[in-house]
Design a protein around this ligand. Sequence first.
Ligand code: DGP
Length: 126
Amino acid sequence: MSQAAAKTYDPNNIFARILRGEIPCGKVYENEHVLAFRDINPQAPVHVLVIPKGAYVDMDDFSARASADEIAALMRATGEIARAEGIAQSGYRVLSNCGANGGQEVPHLHLHLVGGRTLGRMLQAQ
Ligand code: DGP
């Protein structure tokens, strides 16, 4: 069906270190497959990073290699966190930057869950 993503995971990226407990984070949620914590540079009143515990570089890697349980867990957790943060009714944005054109800085898959204010257009004008 899909090409296997051949991406090398850097085990010393900052989110891997957070997962190992080497660096603190403002944890908001954790279960078997998922950790979520507040972004260090929040772009809105609510800005949570939702990450799989598995070693996945980005959305391309995750969508190719993750188990159905891991994929479901990430989605379920994101919705649950949005409800817990009180932004489900007012609305929010979920996005994941992937690779160079996506502007990804940290090479461990993360979903940005952003809300608590009107977010405007999805992409800035060029
Ligand atoms: P991206 O550009 O999509 O790779 O976003 C990376 C995000 O990670 C960015 O919004 C800032 C956040 N971030 C980077 N380092 C840390 C950290 O050490 N702790 C936390 N909580 N967030 C971080």
